[in-house]
Design a protein around this ligand. Structure first.
Ligand SMILES: NC(=O)C1=CN([C@@H]2O[C@H](COP(=O)(O)OP(=O)(O)OC[C@H]3O[C@@H](n4cnc5c(N)ncnc54)[C@H](OP(=O)(O)O)[C@@H]3O)[C@@H](O)[C@H]2O)C=CC1
Ligand SMILES: CCCCCCCCCCCCCCCC(=O)[C@@H](N)CO
Length: 320
C-alpha cells in the first residue's frame, strides 16, 4: 500500500499541537482533495489550530474564503471544507465509539490514521503521582488502542494505513521515563499483533527521538538531569523536520521508522521475534548484533555507574 498525501481522508489524533498539527498542516498545504480530521481533548486548542492553518493558506492566497469557516465536525457540513476538528478524550472507549459513529454519518471514515496523541511526564518513579501513572497509560496506550480497535471494526475489507507513534524509549527504557516508556513498549507489542491480524491494513510504527513540540517544552521542565544526560545524543530536531522524515520514510515503504541516527542504532540493537521494515535494515541488523556484543555491556555498565554516582551526589545535596 503506497503512502500518498493526496486523495485521502486522514484522521489525526493529537492533531491540536506538536507533530500531529505539523502533519495536519502538511496534508492541508500539500494536497487539494485530502480531507483532514484533527482530534484531541481541548476544543479551544483544536479551533485555534484549524484557524491558524486555514489563515496561513489564505494569506498565501491559496484559499479565497475570508469569512468564518465551520471547522467543527458537525452538521451542516460545508462541502468545500477539508479541515475539521472533533474534540474527544480518546482514552475513553465510549467516546471513541461516538467519534466513529460521527465519521460514519458524514461518510468520513478515514483511509489513513495517524495516532500522534501521547505525552510524557518525566520524573523519578517516587516523584510521580497516582494520576501521572494513570495518564501515562491512558494518553499513550489507550488512545491508540481504542482508535485501532474502532478502525479494525469499521474497516473489515477496505485497505487502511494505520500509522502509530511510539518512541525510542520503547526500545531503550531508562531512568526518568517510568510513566511513559512502558506504555510506548505496549504500543510496539500491539503493532506486531495488528500486523498479523489486520490483513487489509498497513500498520506503520514510528520510534521518534526527541523533537521540538509543545509537549517536549513541557517535559523539559520536570525532566531529571540524569535523563537529559542519557538522552543527550538524541538532540531535539525541529518538529517540521521530524514530520518530513516520517513522511519520506513512509513513502519509501518503510514501516519501522526512526527520526535520527541514534534511533536507527537502537532499533538495530533491538533483536527479537518481530519483523522490521526499516531503512538500511540489513546493515542495521548487522550493526545491531555487533553493538550488542561489543558495546552494549560496557555502555550499560557505564550507565549504571553514572546513575549510582548521580544518586549519591543528589542524596548528599539533600542532607546538607
Ligand atoms: N516530542 C518528542 O520528543 C517525542 C514525542 N514522541 C511521541 O510523538 C507523539 C507526538 O508528540 P508531540 O508532538 O511532542 O506531542 P504533544 O505533547 O505536543 O501533543 C500531544 C497531543 O495529544 C493530544 N492528547 C493527549 N491526550 C489525549 C487524549 N486523551 N485524547 C485525545 N488527544 C489527546 C493533545 O491534545 P489535548 O491536550 O487537547 O488532548 C495534543 O494534541 C506523541 O505520541 C509522543 O509521545 C515520541 C518521541 C519523542
Ligand atoms: C551502544 C549504545 C548507544 C546508546 C546511545 C544512547 C542514546 C539514547 C538516546 C535516547 C533518546 C530517547 C528519546 C526519547 C524521546 C521521547 O520519547 C521523549 N521526548 C518523550 O516525549
Amino acid at each position: 500500500m503506497k503512502y500518498t498525501l493526496e486523495d485521502q481522508i486522514v484522521l489525526i489524533t493529537g492533531g491540536s499541537q506538536g507533530l500531529g498539527k505539523e502533519f495536519a498542516k502538511k496534508y492541508y498545504n500539500e494536497t487539494e482533495n485530502t480531507k483532514i480530521i484533527v482530534v484531541s481533548r481541548s476544543e479551544a486548542k483544536l479551533l485555534d489550530t484549524c484557524n491558524e492553518i486555514r489563515l496561513a493558506a489564505h494569506l498565501r492566497k491559496e484559499t479565497s474564503d475570508e469569512g468564518q469557516v465551520q471547522h467543527k465536525l458537525a452538521a451542516p457540513l460545508d462541502p468545500e471544507q477539508r479541515l475539521f476538528y472533533y474534540p474527544c478524550d480518546l482514552s475513553c472507549y465510549e467516546s471513541v465509539e461516538k467519534l466513529f459513529n460521527v465519521l460514519r454519518d458524514f461518510e468520513l471514515l478515514p483511509t489513513q490514521t495517524l495516532c500522534c496523541a501521547g505525552g510524557s511526564v518525566p520524573k523519578l518513579f517516587r516523584e510521580l503521582s497516582g494520576q501521572d501513572l494513570n495518564q501515562g497509560m491512558d494518553i499513550n496506550y489507550k488512545t491508540t488502542l481504542n482508535v485501532a480497535h474502532q478502525l479494525a471494526l469499521a474497516e473489515q475489507t477496505r485497505e487502511h494505513h494505520l500509522i502509530i507513534f511510539s518512541s525510542v524509549t520503547a526500545l531503550y527504557p531508562f531512568i526518568g521515563y517510568s510513566q511513559y516508556a512502558p506504555a510506548k513498549t505496549a504500543i510496539k507489542s500491539l503493532v506486531a499483533i495488528l500486523r498479523q491480524e489486520l490483513t487489509n491494513f498497513r500498520v506503520s510504527c514510528v520510534y521518534p527521538g526527541n523533537f521540538e513540540s509543545e509537549g517536549f517544552t513541557l517535559e523539559q521542565v520536570t525532566k531529571p538531569k540524569i535523563t537529559k544526560l542519557i538522552e543527550g545524543p538524541s538532540d531535539a530536531i525541529p518538529c517540521k523536520e521530524a514530520c518530513d522524515i516520517v513522511a519520506t520514510a513512509l513513502a519509501r515503504g518503510q514501516d519501522d521508522v526512526f527520526t535520527d541516527f541514534v534511533g536507527w542504532m537502537i532499533m538495530g540493537m533491538d533483536l527479537g521475534l518481530t519483523i522490521k521494515k526499516s531503512r538500511f535494515v540489513a546493515l542495521q541488523w548487522l550493526f545491531g548484533i555487533l553493538l550488542n556484543i561489543v558495546v552494549v555491556p560496557f555502555y550499560l555498565a557505564g550507565c549504571s555507574w553514572y546513575i549510582r554516582k548521580w544518586f549519591r551526589e543528589n542524596d548528599s545535596k539533600k542532607d546538607t
